[in-house]
Design a protein around this ligand. Structure first.
Ligand SMILES: Cc1ncc(COP(=O)(O)O)c(C=O)c1O
Length: 423
């Protein structure tokens, strides 16, 4: 593998701060760097009187030349913010706003550098994985996980999964399973945890979160642990017993062998699905984090070019608005009500399934009785009841409560029961 001298410089600088991080990088992570090419040179020249660097069409004075139909639709926005390129790492204002939001959630974030902007949370996960996850590596993940992780870690990056049961016998998070599974992987290990979880809508209690963090820190006592925290559903919690805090906060500064990675963004939290603004934040020494951001800039430049500036700008407007917290709470309450109706609908006794514990996120999982095939049930539901749900493997049905009216919740549960009874 040949490493560009610029990449070698980054690797050496990270090594001088914490050699564990350099050793943990994947071959692609080792090769990545942000080149001193066009965006870099344009950045250096951005305050020049005459700036003939970047391939951006402007009026010659730094303002865009938008086409009228677009400009009319976006007329309430500052044209420069709406139409011009975002910096590769994301807009400074967007990165600062998101970082400040995280500091407000937990003061430990003050020790952590600003995240790099991605094109949505999936892209943040993929970028984090590209930096650290090498072909043949093992990802420890609970057995109930978002199906797209397979595309990222198995199909794209050619690794394998080692799973453990998500729940323990009491219906809480299976901390012992996590401990045993981490111990079963020798050497560098990757762990991915997603709370509140998709597909099963579970957020741990504060005590469980603490215990999870302790297990991860202990696992890093004598080897490298890379902890991917997928916080896509952050804040969507509906029981006072469940924590709204990110696992990431618990891992900051706990061990030189531990590399915590936070993937989050506006998609669900700001109900801004089309915005495609995500963040990848590195819970390591801020100087090392800044070099990792530089490596991400190489990945971004070669992958999507740069993130979408317009939606970062819109995110900044939302976060700066004094109504923001109340607006989030209003949205959360809509889900809270649906959650309550679904919980109630699922209390009626049935032989067709058991409900897995859920308290947050957008979904719950039903474990179907023996003899039922989840995909067959799903297809029958479409054809006979005009009801769409998702199968998770062959035993589980995932029910979304984020996207259906309260009035549809009871009829949907009844329809699932009818189909299961018939099969
Ligand atoms: C657990 C989880 N992580 C990440 C994502 C990806 O979010 P985005 O749409 O921002 O890429 C999703 C989206 O459904 C998700 O469920």
């Amino acid at each position: 593998m040949s490493i560009h001298p610029e990449a070698q410089d980054r690797n050496d600088r990270i090594k001088a701060i914490n050699p564990v991080i350099t050793a943990a990088l994947s071959p692609l992570g080792l090769r990545s760097f942000f080149p001193k090419g066009i965006p870099y040179q344009a950045g250096q020249a951005k305050n020049c009187k005459i700036n003939a660097t970047i391939g951006q069409i402007t009026d010659g004075d730094g303002s865009p030349l938008p086409l009228a139909p677009l400009a009319e639709k976006l007329s309430a926005l500052n044209p420069k913010d709406a139409f011009l390129y975002s910096p590769i790492q994301g807009r400074d204002t967007a990165r600062k706003a998101w970082h400040a939001k995280l500091v407000k959630e937990d003061a430990r974030m003050e020790q952590v550098g600003m995240g790099v902007v991605s094109a949505g949370i999936c892209h943040a996960l993929n970028m984090a994985a590209e930096l650290f996850f090498a072909e043949g590596d093992t990802l420890v993940v609970p057995d109930l996980y978002w199906d797209n992780y397979e595309q990222i870690f198995q199909i794209r990056l050619q690794g394998t999964f080692r799973t453990f049961h998500f729940y323990n016998a009491q219906g809480g998070f299976n901390i012992e399973g996590l401990r045993e599974t981490l111990a079963s992987v020798k050497g560098k290990v990757h762990l991915l945890l997603n709370f509140p979880s998709n597909p099963n809508g579970y957020s741990p209690t504060p005590a469980e979160m603490q215990a999870i963090a302790e297990v991860i820190v202990a696992a890093a006592s004598d080897r490298t642990v890379i902890a991917f925290c997928d916080d896509a559903y952050h804040g969507l919690v509906f029981e006072p017993t469940a924590t709204t805090k990110s696992l990431f906060f618990e891992l900051i500064g706990k061990s030189a062998n531990l590399i915590p990675l936070k993937c989050d963004g506006v998609t669900k939290e700001l109900s801004f699905f089309s915005g495609r603004v995500g963040f990848l934040t590195f819970g390591v020494d801020p100087n090392a984090a800044a070099i990792l951001v530089d490596k991400c800039m190489g990945l971004i430049r070669s992958g999507i070019g740069c993130p979408v500036g317009l939606s970062q700008y819109l995110m900044e407007i939302e976060l700066a608005d004094p109504r923001h917290d109340a607006e989030f709470e209003k949205m959360r309450m809509v889900l809270q009500t649906r959650y309550g109706v679904l919980k109630q609908a699922l209390t009626r006794p049935t032989k067709q399934w058991t409900v897995l514990p859920f308290n947050g996120g957008c979904f719950c999982l039903l474990k179907l009785r023996d003899g039922l095939d989840a995909d067959a049930v799903r297809q029958q539901l479409i054809h006979e009841e005009s009801v769409g749900v998702v199968n998770q493997g062959d035993r589980y049905l995932r029910l979304a409560f984020c996207s259906i009216k309260e009035a549809s919740i009871d009829p949907r549960v009844a329809a699932i029961e009818r189909v299961c009874e018939k099969m």
